[in-house]
Write a protein that binds this ligand. Structure first.
Ligand code: SAH
Length: 267
């Protein structure tokens, strides 16, 4: 189970934190580390010394440019956040995360990513909206932000507890009935297709986005669609695109006059 959990660090600026995160991971039996656009050289004497024997994880870390690349094959992405955001997203505690893991990782193609933000500014809203859920480590509300590697340690510990209890009490497996869930990459392709179609039919005006795409993302991610279900939705979008007359950009504005109501406020 632990082999299919990836720790993703975005925009890390201190090599020591990368080393310390690798140590925390190895202590808990995790080994898959991805670094998204690190703002420092990951392999330095400081990262090696803070890894304290877990430097093979830093050496093997996959360095990529975007969060999408880092989690493309993951069927669940959970963003770790110290703060609450304007558009509330499903929130879980570290313990609830651990409790979900055995089921989340039951399918042979399933993979989980735990996503951590920058030391100075955390995760952006756009990054958090690419995650299915957010996990908040309950801390002192007056001093809520943990050091990056300490946050990795807490969640890695919950992963270990979950894996130990899954070993002790193996679940009744219902693997035959489990259909593969859509991966992050498939979901992102769907969201791009959805946005294109909504623009084409004049429902969505990217110049006045409000929170339409964010709300549709939240709704879709909450449903945890299977790959097959997403394929049906994409087929529907393709058929809709074929029926749609070409719409000039900003056509959603035109609809406002006809209906007296803005389309992106209707949702
Ligand atoms: N100053 C930043 C926090 C940076 S801490 C901010 O205000 O958002 C670096 C990262 O550690 C965060 O992006 C988050 O992924 C993780 N982290 C720190 N404290 C956390 C907490 N209490 N719960 C969940 N994640 C936390």
């Amino acid at each position: 189970m632990l082999e299919r959990i990836r720790i993703v660090l975005i925009g890390t600026s201190h090599p020591g934190n990368i080393g310390a995160a690798a140590r925390a991971m190895h202590n808990m039996g995790l080994g898959d580390l991805a670094l998204v656009a690190p703002r420092c050289e990951p392999l330095t004497s400081e990262s090696i010394s803070r890894a304290s024997g877990a430097d093979h994880i830093v050496h093997a870390a996959k360095v990529v440019e975007t969060l999408d690349e880092a989690v493309a094959d993951c069927t669940l992405a959970v963003g770790a956040s110290a703060r609450s955001r304007t558009l509330p997203w499903p929130m879980i505690t570290p313990r609830e995360l651990g409790e979900r893991l055995p089921r989340e990782l039951a399918g042979s193609e399933s993979r989980v990513a735990l996503v951590f933000g920058r030391e100075d500014s955390g995760l952006s809203n756009a990054e958090l909206q690419r995650c299915h859920a957010h996990v908040h480590i309950p801390t002192n509300p007056d001093f809520s932000s943990l050091n990056l590697a300490a946050a990795v340690q807490v969640l890695a510990y919950e992963c270990r507890l979950a894996s130990l209890s899954a070993e002790r009490e193996p679940r009744e497996t219902d693997d035959e009935t489990l259909q593969p869930l859509a991966s992050h990459e498939e979901l992102e392709r769907y969201f791009a297709h959805l946005e294109r179609t909504l623009v084409a039919i004049g429902f969505h005006d990217p110049a006045m986005p409000r929170q339409l795409m964010a709300r549709l993302r939240r709704f879709t991610l909450r449903a945890r669609p299977e790959r097959m279900e997403l394929n049906i939705l994409r087929g529907m979008l393709t058929a809709t695109e074929k029926c749609a007359e070409p719409h000039p950009a900003g056509a959603a504005k035109g609809r406002q006059n006809q209906t007296g109501q803005r389309s992106d406020e209707e949702v």
